[in-house]
Design a protein around this ligand. Structure first.
Ligand SMILES: NC(=O)c1ccc[n+]([C@@H]2O[C@H](COP(=O)([O-])OP(=O)(O)OC[C@H]3O[C@@H](n4cnc5c(N)ncnc54)[C@H](O)[C@@H]3O)[C@@H](O)[C@H]2O)c1
Length: 375
């Protein structure tokens, strides 16, 4: 595993510590095309004073291209991303004109699976007290990291139909769990806790009902935790975790779980911390090209209206900067987002009246206050 720096707030593994980075930008569909340019704007603003060189190369992969050319992920795309880019900044995919969601499966799941981005890191961090729907909870009460296994489980697409479209139809979807896959995500969670001085790791499954797949999770968890005696390890069934997260989120530092449960529980976490518009995520393979995106989708219901909240994408960009080893710049982005929340310079989903572009412009200006300068 790539070394993780050990000081202060929770951080992600460093891929590169250099002055330059090459970023592939895939805005995708819907509001992905609106929020991603705002992130690029803010990234340029934070990189300039530190004389960091960030090169952004945009790719138009998404529903329009699919409908026009029948192309989802072009031939050679994976190799190019892996060999020529440090990171990928991703918007969202999903378009009502493509009900099968084929292009999204090929592009996003294709990148996650084929670049082997096995860690889906979804921080749940309350940045402003007034954003949580929980009564009497403050910023100090809601700060945890969800690690979702990102390459296996029910998302691998193994299954099929029998007697489709008849009254006797049967649909089967397999839950695929490899020892290697389970072990590396659990180990990553413990390693992250250790290297960030966090004291508690909770593994969540449904081993009482999923007696094969999640029995493997149980056995691997027991093995791995022995190597981290200083960390308090705990197991909760996923239904109990859902309740406990709402009842008292202070109980958790790091949560690790499978692909499906991680998808759901991190959305619950997103709501605890202010909603989908604020939630970032990283799809990571330590030491290799990794992908950063807001948790939200393409939101067709508000696409084109200029009101999408860009903060989730900007916070995902901060995770990307951490991954690149640019800690101070990442911090500057977070501080700028916090001040937007404090000063209520936000989009309607957060109770404000500002547009996507206005928030992006404001952040690009504000980030200069916090940005590190070249020596
Ligand atoms: N990673 C991804 O690309 C991703 C993730 C989730 C959903 N999707 C796709 O997105 C499409 C829409 O899915 P959905 O409606 O279930 O989820 P969604 O996240 O797009 O939207 C859910 C709700 O949250 C609101 N919302 C989301 N992001 C927002 C933002 N930044 N600012 C303000 N409001 C925001 C939307 O308006 C909507 O009411 C579907 O095609 C789905 O498959 C893609």
């Amino acid at each position: 595993m790539t070394p993780i720096e050990n000081s202060g707030a929770a951080k992600l593994p460093v891929r590169r510590g250099g002055k330059a980075a090459r970023i592939a930008v895939i805005p995708g569909d819907g509001i992905g095309k609106e929020v991603t340019p705002e992130s690029v704007k803010v990234l340029r603003a934070v990189a300039a004073p530190a004389q960091r060189q960030m090169e952004f190369i945009e790719f138009d992969w998404g529903a329009d291209k699919y409908l026009r050319e029948g192309v989802t992920l072009p031939a050679g795309a994976l190799e190019m991303l892996r060999d020529e880019f440090d990171a990928i900044l991703f918007g969202a995919l999903g378009d009502p004109r493509v009900p099968s969601n084929q292009h999204a499966a090929d592009i996003l799941l294709g990148l996650r699976f084929k670049l082997d981005l096995y860690v889906n890191a979804r921080p749940v961090e309350l940045l402003s007290d007034r954003m949580t729907p929980l009564r009497d909870r403050t910023e100090n009460d809601i700060r945890l990291m969800v690690f979702r296994e990102n390459t296996e489980g029910l998302y691998v697409g193994v299954g099929g139909f029998f007697k489709k479209d008849t009254p006797d139809e049967i649909a089967v979807q397999e839950d695929v769990n490899s020892r290697k896959g389970v072990e590396r995500i659990i180990r990553y969670a413990f390693e992250y806790a250790r290297q960030n001085g966090l004291k508690r790791v909770c593994m969540s499954d449904k081993s009482n009902a999923m007696t094969f797949a999640h029995d493997l999770w149980q056995r691997v968890f027991k093995e791995v935790k022995q190597h981290y005696p200083e960390i308090e390890s705990r197991h909760l069934y996923i239904d109990t975790l859902a309740m406990e997260l709402v009842r008292d989120p202070r109980q958790f530092d790091v949560i690790v779980t499978c692909n499906l449960f991680g998808d759901i529980i991190s959305d619950l976490g997103a709501q605890l911390a202010g909603g989908l518009g604020l939630a970032p995520s990283g799809n990571i393979h330590p030491g290799q090209t990794s992908l950063f995106e807001p948790v939200h989708g393409s939101a067709p219901n508000i696409a084109g209206k200029g009101i999408a909240n860009p903060l989730g994408s900007v916070l995902a960009s901060a995770m990307m900067l951490e991954f690149l080893g640019w800690k101070s710049e990442a911090m500057a982005l977070r501080e700028a987002v916090k001040s937007a929340l404090r000063e209520n310079f936000v989009t309607p989903d957060l109770g404000g009246d500002k547009g996507t572009r206005a928030v992006g412009d404001w952040l690009a200006q504000r980030v200069a206050r916090y940005a590190p300068r070249a020596a």
